[in-house]
Design a protein around this ligand. Structure first.
Ligand SMILES: [Zn+2]
Length: 456
């Protein structure tokens, strides 16, 4: 009897030990299974014009908790950009790994046939393969929401809602557009039949609750009626655009999961253009700003950064343990002291376009295989595409101008997924769209670009 009891006790001890041993081993072994390249998805979130120093300060103050957590758990740093810091050029560099001279996107517009008219630049002008084309060739899926220069959508993605479609869904239509197309932006969507299920997600500036706008504006006691009106519509317009993008991202990521989801938020750039004069009034040389107005409107940019952080949080509810998230910007912001030659451009209430940009953008990256607490050094916008390819276990190409950011990865990840290269992805035919290059919202976009000082 006693022998049996001792035996049973021994068996129990051994069983506990074995379970403990397997668990301990399991903890070590499970990462390769869950962290293998094939299982990893990427969410790439582009935030236009977010500046590294402003981000760092707000994160330190605890005002951007979502990006703050990602920086703590993952890798982050300054992301270099390249002059002249024009958004369509840089975002195309982000999505190709190549400089403007290789991808062919020089700015917001091109001259139309005969040279007499100015047209918005279209996806057909991109001369090399985009990340979504490269993934399609490797039988990986992607979904693209709001990314610049994605109109007309090239049918290589699982879905694309082009930047123009987002603009059309989130801005009050001009009388001409209202009569002609209403809010129909199906020409900017791939596949076209997707339009029916997403058209209801658009948020117009008039849909944004007044309290939401006022939370960004702060007290309006010291502002005259025209200023209140103008500034409220500035903020409502950006909230409508970015909230539409977030609604699209949440719906599409849930309904149509893809290996890569690329999402673009524009509001941070435009708000920086429009409110910088209050943030650094000493740099504003055009007309006198009332001190009480300056005091009221100075915090608007920081408040919008906080909002961007919370929108990122909303979208990341869709991530799972196999998702790597990369948040990046195309350039930083220097404001009105930006660059030489600054004074010679624009007049009156204009926002000076790219002259307000600088090269100090951001990258924040987190997820399985990404090392913890790493400060990324020497990264540029050109490194995003090769790095996304590395996360997904695909080779970078030697003819790209950027390189995979090897320092962001855990050693175990690199051992399982060594960084590799091929000569080029530029073989075979380049995919194009046969959709119309124009869209119903083009005139309104040109007007916005003019008001921001981007085009004449
Ligand atoms: Zn800008």
């Amino acid at each position: 009897m006693r022998r049996l009891a001792v035996m049973l006790a021994l068996v129990a001890i051994v069983a506990v030990a074995v379970v403990w041993f397997l668990r301990a081993r399991g903890d070590e072994v499970s990462p390769p299974e869950t962290r293998g390249a094939a299982a990893t998805r990427v969410i790439l979130i582009g935030v236009d014009g977010v500046d590294w120093e402003r981000l760092e300060r707000l994160v330190l103050d605890g005002r951007m908790p979502n990006l703050g957590r990602m920086m703590e758990d993952g890798a982050s740093g300054l992301l270099r950009s390249f002059p002249p810091y024009v958004s369509p050029t840089v975002w195309t560099s982000v999505a190709t790994g190549k400089l403007g001279e290789k991808h062919g996107i020089g700015g917001f517009t091109v001259y139309g046939q005969g040279g007499g008219t100015v047209e918005l630049i279209g996806s057909g002008t991109i001369k090399c393969k985009t990340l979504w084309e490269i993934l399609a060739a490797a039988e990986r899926t992607s979904g693209v929401i709001g990314w610049l220069v994605t109109h007309p959508p090239v049918p290589v993605t699982s879905y694309t809602v082009s930047s123009r479609a987002v603009m059309g869904m989130s801005s009050e239509p001009s009388p001409a557009r209202a009569e002609r197309d209403g809010l129909d932006m199906s020409v900017g969507v791939h596949p076209p039949e997707l339009w029916d299920s997403i058209s209801g997600l658009g948020i117009l500036p008039s849909d944004v609750p007044r309290e939401d706008v006022l939370n960004h504006l702060g007290s309006v006691d010291y502002l005259d009626d025209t200023t209140v009106e103008t500034r409220m519509s500035d903020i409502a317009g950006r909230l409508a655009g970015d909230r539409t993008t977030v609604a699209l991202a949440r719906r599409l990521m849930a309904d149509r999961p893809t290996d890569l989801t690329a999402i673009y938020l524009r509001g941070s750039d435009i708000i920086s253009h429009l409110f910088w004069r209050y943030y650094e009034p000493e740099s504003w040389t055009r007309g006198k700003l009332k001190p009480e107005v300056v005091e009221t409107l100075a915090p608007v940019i920081d408040r919008y950064y906080e909002r961007v952080d919370s929108m990122i949080g909303d979208m990341l509810e869709q991530r799972d343990e196999n998702t790597v998230v990369i948040v990046c910007s195309d350039h930083g912001f220097a404001g009105h002291r930006g660059h030489e030659g600054f004074e010679s451009h624009g007049e009156g209430d204009v926002a000076f376009g790219v002259l307000m940009h600088r090269d100090r953008g951001i990258i924040v990256m987190d997820g399985p295989g990404v090392a913890s607490g790493v400060l990324i050094e020497g990264a540029s916008v050109l490194d995003i595409t090769p790095t996304v390819l590395s996360v997904l276990g695909l080779p970078a190409a030697r003819d790209m101008d950027g390189r995979p950011l090897a320092s962001v990865f855990e050693r175990a990840f690199l051992e399982r997924n060594p960084i590799s290269y091929i000569e080029t992805y530029e073989t075979g035919e380049k995919a194009t769209s046969d959709g119309p290059t124009e869209s119903p919202v083009d005139d309104e976009i040109k007007e916005l670009l003019r008001s921001l000082g981007y085009i004449n």
